[in-house]
Design a protein around this ligand. Structure first.
Ligand code: URA
Length: 425
C-alpha cells in the first residue's frame, strides 16, 4: 500500500519514486484515489526534479496501463502522428485523411489545448455536431470504414493522462520532458499502434524553446516508444512562427480546409507531407491524395460519421462559427518582422477564450487571430499585423496589445531555417 505523499515526498527530496510507486500513482490518478492537489504537486515535482530514463519509461507504461490497450484486426497498417504542441499547428487534421487515402488506418487519439498551444479536439469541436467522444464501437467502425477517426481518449484509454493533462494545463507544469513523454506515449501506446511519427516542435511557440531541449525530448520519445514495441521516428520542426497565419479553433479548421481543397499549398501541406513520408514513403501518393480531392472527401466522411454536417467539405465556412468582433491590429511603426513570440500569440488566443485558464473553462470556438503577418515581411506604419476575432470589444483590445507586443519589428530580416530541422530515428 502506497500513499500519494510518499511518491511526492520522494520527488521533493530529489529521489526517484519506485516503479511500484509510479504505477500506484498512475492508477490513483485514474481511479480518483489521488486528489487534484496531489496531482498538481506530483506534476510540479517531476517538472522540477526530472526522472531518469527508467523512471520516465515506468511512468509512461504505468499511465498506458491505467486503462485499456486497444488491438486491431485490419487489412492495413495501424499508424499515427502526434505533435508535442505548437501554435497554428493543425497538421493532424490534414495528415490523418491523407494517410487514410494511402491505405493506412489512423485511430488518432488527440488532446485538448495545453498551456499556450491549441488542441486538435478543441479545433474539431468547432465543427457543429462533431463528437470527439464516440463509443468505442463507433470509433472502431469509423477507423475501419473511413480509415481515420480523430477522437478523445475514452474514459478507459490512459485515464491517468486525462486527469494529469488537465492539471498540467493550469499549473504551469507542461514543460517537462518526462511528463510530455509519458502523456503522449501513454495514449499512443494504448491505441495499439504499429508505428508512429512524432512532430517535435522547437521555438518560441513550442514547449521546447531550444534545439537542445527539442532534441532531448525527441530522443526520449523515440527511445521510449521503440522500447515499448511501437516503431517510431521524430522530426524536429520549426515553431518560431505559427505554421499557418490563423490561430484559434474555427479559424484553423478553415486553414485545414483550404489545404485539403487545394486552395493553399503553404507550410501546412509541406509539413504534412514530410511527416507522412515517415509512414508512407511514397511522396507522390501522399501529394495525390490531396490534389485529387480524395483526402478532403475522407475528412468529410469522418466529420459526418462522427456527427458533423453532411456537406462540410463543400461549404465549410457556412458551418464554422464567427466571432462578433473582428478587429484589425495595425503596426504603430514601420519595420521588418524580425521575431515573433509564438507563446505570447498562443496565450492571446487562450485569453480571448480560445483555450482554458482553469480546467472547467468552456472554449469559445469562434475566437482567435487571422492574417498574422509572416516572419520577414515588411510592414509600414498603419498596416495590419493581424486580425483579432473576439467575443467582446474589451477582449479585442487586450488581444491587440498582446499581438503588438509579440511581434518585433526591426531593420533586418530574420534568419529562417528549414521547416524540418532534424530527423531522429
Ligand atoms: N501532447 C500531449 O498529448 N501531451 C503533452 O504533454 C504535450 C503534447
Amino acid at each position: 500500500m502506497t500513499d500519494a505523499r510518499e511518491v511526492i515526498a520522494a520527488l521533493r527530496r530529489g529521489e526517484e519514486p519506485s516503479t511500484e510507486g509510479l504505477a500506484w500513482f498512475a492508477q490513483g490518478l485514474a481511479d480518483g484515489t489521488v486528489s487534484a492537489a496531489q496531482a498538481g504537486a506530483f506534476a510540479m515535482g517531476v517538472c522540477l526534479r526530472g526522472l531518469s530514463e527508467e523512471g520516465r519509461a515506468a511512468l509512461t507504461l504505468a499511465m498506458r496501463d491505467s486503462g485499456r490497450v486497444l488491438d486491431w484486426d485490419l487489412d492495413g497498417p495501424v499508424l499515427d502522428k502526434h505533435s508535442t504542441g505548437g501554435v497554428g499547428d493543425c497538421v493532424s487534421l490534414v495528415l490523418a485523411p491523407m494517410l487514410a487515402e494511402c491505405g493506412v488506418y489512423v485511430p488518432m487519439i488527440s488532446g485538448r489545448g495545453l498551456g499556450h498551444t491549441g488542441g486538435t479536439l478543441d479545433k474539431l469541436e468547432a465543427i457543429p455536431g462533431y463528437n470527439v467522444n464516440p463509443e468505442e464501437r463507433r470509433f472502431r467502425e469509423v477507423v475501419r470504414d473511413v480509415g481515420c477517426a480523430i477522437v478523445s481518449a475514452s474514459a478507459d484509454i490512459a485515464p491517468a493522462d486525462k486527469r494529469l493533462y488537465a492539471v498540467r494545463d493550469v499549473t504551469a507544469t507542461v514543460e517537462s520532458l518526462d511528463l510530455i513523454c509519458a502523456s503522449i506515449l501513454s495514449k499512443k501506446l494504448a491505441a495499439g499502434l504499429e508505428g508512429l511519427v512524432l512532430d517535435v516542435k522547437v521555438g518560441s511557440g513550442a514547449f521546447m524553446k531550444t534545439d537542445e531541449e527539442a532534441s532531448a525530448l525527441a530522443r526520449a520519445l523515440v527511445g521510449t516508444a521503440n522500447a515499448a514495441g511501437c516503431r517510431t521516428t521524430a522530426l524536429i520542426t520549426d515553431m518560431d512562427a505559427p505554421l499557418v497565419p490563423s490561430l484559434g479553433n474555427a479559424v484553423e479548421v478553415d486553414q485545414v480546409m483550404r489545404v485539403l481543397t487545394g486552395l493553399d499549398t503553404g507550410p501546412l501541406l509541406e509539413l504534412s507531407v514530410a511527416l507522412g513520408k515517415e509512414l508512407v514513403p511514397d511522396e507522390d501518393r501522399l501529394r495525390d491524395s490531396v490534389a485529387s480531392g480524395a483526402a478532403a472527401e475522407r475528412f468529410g466522411r469522418m466529420v459526418y460519421d462522427l456527427g458533423g454536417p453532411k456537406g462540410f467539405v463543400e461549404n465549410w465556412s457556412r458551418y464554422l462559427p464567427e466571432a462578433p468582433v473582428i478587429r484589425e491590429v495595425t503596426a504603430t511603426e514601420a519595420g521588418v518582422v524580425s521575431a515573433m513570440d509564438g507563446e505570447a500569440l498562443g496565450l492571446a488566443v487562450v485569453h480571448l477564450g480560445g483555450g482554458r485558464a482553469v480546467e472547467t473553462d468552456v472554449v469559445n470556438p469562434a475566437v482567435g487571430l487571422t492574417d498574422v503577418v509572416a516572419r520577414g515581411a515588411r510592414v509600414e506604419k498603419g498596416q495590419p499585423l493581424a486580425r483579432v476575432h473576439a467575443a467582446r470589444e474589451s477582449q479585442a483590445d487586450q488581444a491587440a496589445a498582446a499581438v503588438r507586443a509579440a511581434i518585433t519589428l526591426g531593420d533586418a530580416s530574420p534568419k529562417v531555417g528549414p521547416l524540418v530541422r532534424e530527423r531522429i530515428a
